[in-house]
Design a protein around this ligand. Structure first.
Ligand code: ARG
Length: 855
């Protein structure tokens, strides 16, 4: 005992600090006596992308159990010692009690009782002092077993490399474990030990891969003592649950443990190989911990033939893998388009997602959606893929379990009898991970899906730009619902088409998938397979929520990381936002900040009358614009002039033409006002304008000004440029308004007071509207300017009945607040008011001095 103590002191005195990755001063210069045979499995006979191992192939593999189940892997290095990873045993900086752990040795399948297996209690867990977290390195642990393992054909130690041992880059090594077979996808029963061949990557090559932004736009700095193994293209890797397990390489007929499974970014992702703790630098530390045990671990010298021919680490080239999915030479010629032919029905379209699997709507296979049995005529099913001489045969149909009742899950996977060779065509489409965030403005296209018919018109019609989640959700979602922030799967994806709906071309019964492009790579972003009137589909179900199901079934569909991270001004908004309440007729008055695609006022219309004057109109329903009568009809004239209406121009910077919408006015409707010429006119448009961020109806309010609203007059400073400007106003009480303009104003008139200095922000000639933003965030139209006035407005509230009857789907919000327009017979004015003569500011001053006011 005292001898051991002395030895320990000597070691401390001469050994380098643990974790300083140098050759240990303890490494014997001469061959040590080898009393333990290591790294030689009995001659016989997951790991991501791996396969079942044969019993006895990896006799040093240990399963470390905690709370009754497998948590981590380990390797037997001596009868009483198991090597593993520190992070398996350290939670929140504290080492878990050894007594809670047990080591299971010599197991192959973990299905069923392990009584017969070789189980050992853990007596001690040792972790380097400098271990803090996986990314900081030193992720190594030693477990001392309470009693030595019985060595036999299925329980044998692995060899450890000395500090001077060098493993050649590119060497094919093997990782083993019972970990997940894909991200979030546990190894299925019977839990057979998985093995995967991984290539050692040089430090420079690995750092080069990790320096390229990957998932979540992250990069990573590797540290000395870390080692990478895997492939730039990913697909084969260790995963959750493999940690602590060995990465072994064969040299001179023995297996040496080069690494300990430590961490990675996701599993099997492109340019993100697994990171291992290099074992060689820990020779001194290991020797120190196990000193005195007999027999201890074996550190055989590296066989000379393995030492020669090591490539120079410096001239390693940096091979970055590009996506293998989602490439096409020409948009529209989709190399993943799969035509599924089932006897007795029309062909159905799906998409190739891997070498062996096709994704298609489950509705292509009615009758098989909710049955567990395979279709009896499966032998006759065929899948035609681009550039394949013959149609493929089908081995299996796997419908989504919710396919029969949930439209968003109307999906099925078809396995081909034989995998196809991937090339330019066929080539699989890329699938998004659940956390994928397709940026607003992403370029997308429609592609055939299910029993889709060819699109009418030119293929350019299929181009679309993605709307922001906020718009999509608030236009088509549920009222008051909160919009998931970026990184959470969206509930819907909305394309905004480049061109307006073509007259006469009907898109009825067309089912589509939505492909969106990032950095030239196409992702299957959404599906839509029920008809939406006679229109192109406006809302798609996002596919990303199905990524885990698809990879679980296919084990190898091409899920690809997000490639575009240019968030733009929208990007900072990572909070969940709530949509303003909708009306019975859907979304109205939405105007998110910051403005999208440059549109500031999506309901502001330019009304061009007879080619001679232009005034402001407001979109109040998909086919109707409200304007001031004096603008659209000249006094005395009885003929309806030629009027054109433009939408999507209400921004500081003009939108691309493709987002502008123009319509002809086919009729002008006026309310019946006895004797008086009504100030408001409704213009009927030649066809509806589908709601979009560039053209969306405003909300209307029946009860005057909604409580707590802030109000603005919206007009043009320069009628030539027509750049909208908003001037802040407050709406005067009816009494004040009446008293100011005593006897002069018709009922239904509103008076406003401009905020300091805002009075002449916009021109009266544009007949500017008066808008208020409610506390709920919706914008409402309150009135339109009365001819030649800046302060007087014809209120829309009193015309609710006329507007509702004429328009049919006018977006009136529920009443709140109180009317601010003049009603007949309000008479009590302070005596001096008349003398204030039309100057609201002077009148207000007077009123503040007179204590009898309240309307
Ligand atoms: N940290 C994981 C575990 O505790 C191992 C992850 C390995 N990941 C990878 N992509 N190689 O099991």
């Amino acid at each position: 005992m005292s001898q051991h103590l002395l030895l320990l002191l000597v070691i401390l005195a001469i050994s380098p600090i643990p974790g300083a990755f140098q050759d240990s001063a303890l490494s014997p210069t001469q061959e040590e006596p080898e009393d333990l045979d290591c790294g030689r499995p009995e001659p016989s006979a997951r790991i991501v992308g791996g396969s079942d191992s044969q019993p006895g192939t990896w006799p040093w593999q240990v399963s470390l159990h905690h709370g009754g189940g497998h948590i981590c892997g380990g390797s037997l290095i001596a009868p009483s010692w198991v090597l593993s990873a520190a992070h398996c045993f350290v939670t929140n900086g504290t080492l878990e009690p050894a007594a809670e752990w047990s080591a299971v040795l010599g197991v192959h399948s973990q299905d069923g009782p392990l009584d017969g297996a070789h189980v050992r209690a853990v007596a001690a867990i040792l972790v380097p002092d400098n271990y803090s977290s996986v990314e900081r390195g030193a992720d190594v642990a030693l477990l001392r077993l309470a009693s030595p393992a019985r060595l036999g054909p299925s329980v044998r130690p692995v060899c450890l490399p000395r500090a001077s041992h060098r493993f050649a880059h590119g060497t094919a090594c093997w990782a083993t474990g019972w970990g997940d077979v894909q991200e979030e996808d546990p190894l299925p029963l019977p839990w057979v030990l998985q093995e995967v061949e991984l290539r050692l990557l040089g430090e420079a090559a690995c750092q080069c891969l990790y320096s390229r932004p990957g998932p979540f736009n992250l990069t990573f700095q590797l540290l000395p003592g870390m080692l990478c193994a895997g492939y730039p293209e990913g697909r084969r890797d260790t995963c959750q649950g493999d940690s602590g397990g060995p990465l072994v390489c064969e040299e001179g007929g023995r297996w040496f443990q080069a690494g300990i499974t430590s961490f990675g970014f996701g599993c099997g992702r492109r340019n993100r190989p697994g990171v291992f703790t290099a074992v060689a630098p820990y020779e001194a530390w290991i020797r120190e911990q196990v000193s005195g045990s007999d027999p201890g671990p074996a550190f055989p010298t590296q066989p000379p033939e393995a030492q020669s021919g090591l490539p120079e680490p410096m001239n390693e080239n940096c091979t970055i893998a590009l996506p293998e999915c989602g490439k096409t030479r020409r948009p529209g010629a989709w190399p993943w388009e799969a035509q599924v032919m089932v006897p007795g029905s029309r062909p159905c379209y799906g998409a190739l997602v891997s070498e062996s699997w096709v994704l298609a709507p489950a509705s292509c296979f009615p009758g098989h959606i909710s049955s567990d049995r395979q279709p009896s005529d499966l032998d006759y099913w065929r899948v035609q893929l681009p550039s394949r001489p013959r149609a493929e045969q089908v081995a299996r149909l796997v419908p989504h379990e919710n396919a029969s009742w949930d439209d968003a899950s109307n999906l099925a996977l078809l396995q081909l009898r034989a995998p196809v060779n991937l090339s330019a065509a066929p080539r699989p489409v890329c699938l998004p991970h659940p956390e994928h965030y397709f940026l607003p403005g992403s370029r997308c296209r429609l592609a055939r899906w299910g029993r889709g018919e060819p699109a009418p018109g030119a293929s350019s019609l299929l181009e679309a730009e993605l709307l922001s989640a906020w718009w999509c959700h608030c236009l088509y979602g549920r009222q008051g619902a909160s919009v998931p922030p970026p990184g959470e799967p969206p509930q819907a994806l909305c394309p905004a088409y480049q061109e307006e709906e073509e007259e006469g071309s009907c898109w009825n019964y067309s089912h589509w998938s939505l492909l969106c492009r990032e950095e030239g790579t196409w992702f299957l972003a959404g599906i839509r397979d029920f008809p939406s009137d006679c229109l192109r589909p406006r809302v798609f179900y996002p596919l990303q929520t199905h990524g885990p199901w698809i990879s679980h079934v296919t084990r190898g569909a091409y899920l690809e990381d997000q490639l575009a991270w240019d968030w733009g001004p929208e990007g900072e908004e990572t909070e969940a936002k709530t949509c303003p309440p909708h009306t019975e007729n859907g979304a109205c008055g939405l105007r998110p900040e910051p403005a999208l695609m440059g549109v500031l006022w999506p309901w502001l219309a330019e009304v061009h009358v007879a080619g001679e004057r232009v005034c402001a109109g407001i979109l109040v329903a998909p086919g109707w614009v409200l304007a001031a009568t004096h603008c659209v009809l000249r006094p005395g004239s009885t003929t309806v002039p030629y009027i054109e209406v433009y939408l999507g121009r209400g921004g500081a910077s003009p939108l691309p033409q493709s987002h502008q919408v123009s319509r002809l006015v086919i009729s002008i409707r006026l309310p019946r006002h006895l004797g008086l010429r009504p100030p408001l006119a409704l213009l009927e448009l030649s066809s509806r304008v589908e709601p979009s961020p560039s053209a969306l109806p405003i909300c209307l309010h029946p009860g005057g000004t909604p409580l707590g609203a802030s109000c603005w007059v919206l007009g043009w400073k320069d009628p030539q440029d027509r750049v909208p400007v908003a001037a802040a106003v407050s709406i005067l009480t009816p009494r004040l308004c009446h008293c100011l303009y005593q006897g002069l104003l018709p009922p239904g008139t509103l008076c406003v007071l401009y905020a300091e200095g805002q009075e002449d922000r916009c021109e009266v000639t544009s007949a500017p509207p008066l808008l208020c933003q409610t506390e709920g965030g919706s914008w409402v139209l309150v009135g339109m300017a009365v001819r030649g006035s800046r302060e007087l407005f014809a209120a829309t509230g009193p015309e609710e009945a006329w507007i509702s009857q004429t328009v049919g789907e006018a977006p009136f919000l529920p009443p709140s607040g109180f009317p601010h327009w003049l009603t007949e017979g309000s008479d009590l004015c302070p005596p001096d008011m008349a003398r204030a003569s039309g100057s609201p500011r002077a009148a207000l001053f007077l009123l503040l001095l007179t204590p009898l006011i309240q309307g």
